[in-house]
Design a protein around this ligand. Sequence first.
Ligand code: CO
Length: 433
Amino acid sequence: MNIPAAAHALAHDLLAFIDASPSPWHAVRTCEERLQAAGFSPLLETERWVLQPGGRHYVVRGGSSIIAFVVGTQSPAEAGLRLIGAHTDSPGLRIKPKPAEQVAGMVRLGVEVYGGPILATFADRDLSLAGRVNVKTAEGYESRLVRFNDTLLRLPNLAIHMNREVNESGLKFNKQTELPLLLGVADDSASESRFRQPIASALDVAPDDLLTWELNAYDTQKGTLWGVDREFIADSQLDNLASCHAALNALLAISNPAATALCAFFDHEEVGSESAAGAAGSFLHDVVARLAAGAGLDSEDQRRMLARSFFISADMAHAWHPNFPAAYEPCHHALVNAGPVIKSNANQRYSTTADTAARFMAICAKAGVPCQQYAHRTDLGCGSTIGPIVAARLGIASVDVGSPMWAMHSIRESAGVLDHSYMTAALTAALAE
Ligand code: CO
């Protein structure tokens, strides 16, 4: 198939974005760097905000959620807000607070399962550590990002000779006993110091000055384009850094919008969003309230603002897999490289309504982008997104959309090169609507 050079270039930029973002904290840092380069200035939640039409700003909560916006030239009471939401976190393995354990001459790290990963895909991968560490300082402590480019960790499979049924019964791991990650051969030092030493060296501090950490076991293999025309993308964390990247590029592409344009990227979506920085927390509500206050809206005009607003929950969608036709609802096959998918669920696992779906279809038409509709098989449990949470909390019209992908929650997911360009164009049109 014919893939325009611009679509390949955008896909390569997505791979660079993901490579720079091996944890939610890194993802926020990556967004900050790109926003600053485009003239967005940081706001602090602890300070008073002064907002002017045309102002370009961003604010971070908890180090792993970020909201960026361009203040519209019209009053939000008249124009409403154009909002896009996505998430910075991905399912995987997180290192425990005191992880190092010595077992029969080996040091291994205890992990917690974060969200719902396909655990078998984490075996035999080149894993390493990325996240944030709190380091003791003269004043107390400070939070630092850390990332190892070298492969430090591995979860080797059990040989088929000891797991004879693996191809018939599937690859299964006991989460407590069989998931700890191998770090190295034990030596005379305590296993705890075998874990602390490389982190301390990377941060140039003493091992005892490492206080606490939130560390992700990430895949060091870089993303790639594949397929006979390189029409597909393979990488970790496509769910949902691909949506963050598309939304961020949409925000960077618009200038002087009439309606305030805002992107919110939340942590903790994969574990239910119930946290201070998550979509069920007050972060978006607080920022919207401050936007309204900055525009001088009274409580009546604040309600008018919300009633005129539109929220797009951008999260990945399930693509039709030709090898597993029975997994899908007939007439709802979302094809890779055939455009953004509108996700509907009568039980409100997705926030889409007939009205908001029609509105997104019109946005796609305006952007010259095809779009598709998806519904899950009736006898299978459907996933959810931040869409219903934000729609309920703010009371604004909302639609759930996403680019089609294969292997959602694998450590190595796949999606379409064209779809990423289509989604970016659709979201750009939505913010300028
Ligand atoms: Co997701």
